[in-house]
Write a protein that binds this ligand. Structure first.
Ligand code: DC
Length: 228
């Protein structure tokens, strides 16, 4: 049976996670956050004091990890070797190191296999998968492909708000914007499956839309695809 899969790609802070969770919840679909998987591997590297700039060491250490994703959009979880790391994967240290780890081809191969297995397991309800290379590499035959974009200043504002709500501390919007642009640059220029828009993706610019409006737009594309 081929699984109905929705691929959602886009840069950091474009609203992917909130949009994908809202869409999956509304449509009764499963949800997979592939960014959380790259963050989980990165967390494990930092936890074991593996040098994230040593790609051979990262590749070897990654083989020993068991990454497990919970795909309920209302309560997504991620664990490494049985330990729930949903909280620590959002730390500034992980965010800083994740682009280096996700540029290692062996890490990508490992996680792409896991991602495809998760999609194959989704069954008749289907799955919304968010990331950077879902429509281009992981699921080139996805039923619907969405590419979310937004102005960098708006993305930085959203990310800084999220971070300050989570940490209960002041977060600089200017520093967030600079970090976000640097991460986009690394994610878009790496050799192995960089962030790019699939040719057949529907582009949704979220700069001037609120969350509910973006969810409604994506849901309408999914319904149109399901009916065709
Ligand atoms: O979506 P996020 O910010 O949690 O993603 C964290 C990092 O993981 C991002 O900087 C690039 C990487 N990533 C990737 O390379 N491929 C994916 N499919 C998802 C994320």
């Amino acid at each position: 049976m081929s699984v109905f899969a929705v691929a959602v790609d886009g840069p950091a802070g474009s609203g992917k996670s909130s949009v994908c969770r809202g869409v999956a919840s509304e449509m009764g679909m499963k949800y997979l956050d592939t960014g959380a998987m790259y963050r989980a591997v990165t967390w494990a590297m930092l936890d074991a004091h593996t040098n994230v700039d040593d790609s051979d060491a990262v590749a070897a250490a990654a083989q020993r990890l068991q990454i497990t994703s919970g795909t309920d959009p209302d309560l997504p979880t991620i664990s490494v070797n049985g330990q729930d790391v949903s909280e620590p994967i959002r730390s500034a240290a992980v965010t800083e190191a994740v682009s280096a780890v996700s540029a290692v081809p062996a890490v990508r191969e490992l996680l792409v296999d896991l991602q495809r297995a998760e999609v194959a397991n989704a069954g008749h309800v289907g799955i919304v998968v968010e990331g950077r290379d879902i429509g281009t590499v992981v699921l080139p035959d996805a039923s619907v492909k969405i590419f979310l974009t937004a102005d960098p200043a708006v993305r930085a504002l959203r990310r800084a708000k999220e971070d300050s709500e989570r940490t209960q501390e002041d977060v600089s919007i200017a520093a967030t914007e600079a970090a976000l642009i640097a991460r986009d640059e690394k994610d878009s220029t790496r050799a192995s499956s960089p962030l790019t828009q699939a040719e057949d993706a529907i582009v949704v610019d979220t700069t001037n839309l609120n969350l509910q409006q973006v969810i409604a737009e994506v849901v309408s594309h999914i319904k149109a695809a399901r009916e065709s």
